[in-house]
Structures are given as structure tokens and as C-alpha cells.
Design a protein. Structure first.
Length: 219
């Protein structure tokens, strides 16, 4: 979710009530929290760690988003009762609050201001999805890879003297699904960016050496 994290936008009383409605759980890296197609179930409030949300597309996994502490996961199914539209997988150890669908809907009924916050959050996600669809039509693979690297840097990057470091377990296959490209095309794009001296890659992360160049190429 772009903009403020959902949990951070609640008042202290609202946050306390939401926490009290659920139960805290911890999961290890690579644990699947729920699968695409599962029946509507609880809402997950992410407290620590990051979660990959992805859906199957023609037999390939396509990343929809990376959720971070303060975000909600699975709230759409809780609201409309439809099956899960994506699979949520922990990218690293996570701590969450699991709130049953019934308790979450009751919480929204009691707090109309929170329901409005949620509507705004969903609107931001739709705008972000629309922007990405335009990118797929207007950009080549290098441009789309630059867009996702800049997005990750803005959200998760640590600025050091040599550049912006991103420590996140995103694979080349993940990046391919996230950019609507083949894995081979992503490998070529990353090679091009390395040869330009704009990035350095490693097993579980990447350093953006020339983030402004990447930002300009992403436009």
C-alpha cells in the first residue's frame, strides 16, 4: 500500500481495538500465509517483516506487491467474501496479528472513520495498479526493471556512501513476474544495468549506484 501504512493511520484507541480483535502469530521466511483460491479467511496485520503477494498468470507467478509492517493483507476477501485473489508468502521472518473475517468486519462497522481509511488505501492500490499497467505498455524491460528497483529503493533502501542498498529476498523470477517479462529478459536487463555501472547485484540484494540515472530511465 502506497501512502501511510494502515496501522500507522489509526488512532491509539483504534489500533488497540484492532489488536485486541485478533491474536499475534510469528512465521518463518518462505512460509505461505494463504494461497490464491482459498476461501475468504482472516485479515492479517503485518507487524514485522515483509510479505510477497503474488498471483498465477498463465502458469507463471506475477508479483502484485510487497507488503511491509503496518499493512493489511487479505482484507479484500474479508470485505466481499470472495476467494483469495493471490498468495501471500513471507519473504523473511514475520510477526502478524490474525483477525478473523467476522471480527474485522465488525471492527469496521463500529469505526466508520477506519472504513474510510481502508477505502482510501484500496483506492491508492488501484491507482498504483493502473500506473503499472501503463508501464507495461509504454516501457521496455529495462525501463520496467528500473521502475521496480527505484520503487524498492524508495520503500526499503538504506542509503550509504556507495549508493542505496536493498536487502530483500526477491529473485530474478520474482522480478520477471513483477515486471511482466521473461526471466531471460530480466537477466539481460540486469546485465545491461551492471555494465552501465548503475547497479551491483548479490545473492539477496542489490545496490543502486546511480539511482537518479535509474529514476530517469524508469520514466
Amino acid at each position: 500500500m502506497t501512502g501511510g501504512r494502515f496501522l500507522e493511520e489509526l488512532t491509539a484507541d483504534e489500533a488497540h481495538e484492532l489488536r485486541a480483535a485478533g491474536r499475534e502469530r510469528a512465521y518463518g521466511a518462505n512460509v505461505t500465509l494463504f494461497h490464491e483460491g482459498d476461501d475468504a479467511g482472516p485479515v492479517i496485520v503485518l507487524l514485522r517483516g515483509r510479505v510477497k503477494v503474488a498471483a498465477a498468470d498463465s502458469g507463471r507467478e506475477a508479483i502484485i506487491a510487497v507488503r511491509e509492517p503496518g499493512d493489511l493483507i487479505g482484507e479484500m476477501s474479508a470485505i466481499d467474501g470472495s476467494p483469495r485473489s493471490a498468495t501471500a508468502t513471507a519473504l523473511e521472518p514475520v510477526e502478524v496479528i490474525v483477525v478473523s473475517r467476522e471480527a474485522f468486519v465488525a471492527f469496521l462497522d463500529r469505526t466508520p472513520g477506519v472504513a474510510l481509511l481502508l477505502a482510501r488505501a484500496l483506492a491508492r492500490r488501484l491507482r498504483d495498479a493502473d500506473r503499472k499497467r501503463i508501464e507495461y505498455l509504454a516501457q521496455d524491460t529495462v525501463g520496467r526493471v528500473c521502475s521496480r528497483l527505484v520503487e524498492l529503493a524508495d520503500r526499503f533502501g538504506e542509503t550509504e556512501s556507495d549508493g542505496v542498498h536493498i536487502e530483500l529476498a526477491i529473485t530474478q523470477e520474482d522480478l520477471a513476474g513483477w515486471t511482466g517479462s521473461s526471466r531471460e529478459a530480466v537477466i539481460r536487463a540486469l546485465r545491461t544495468l551492471r555494465e552501465l555501472g548503475w547497479i551491483e547485484t548479490r545473492r539477496r540484494g542489490v545496490t543502486l549506484l546511480e539511482i537518479e540515472q535509474l529514476r530517469q530511465r524508469a520514466v
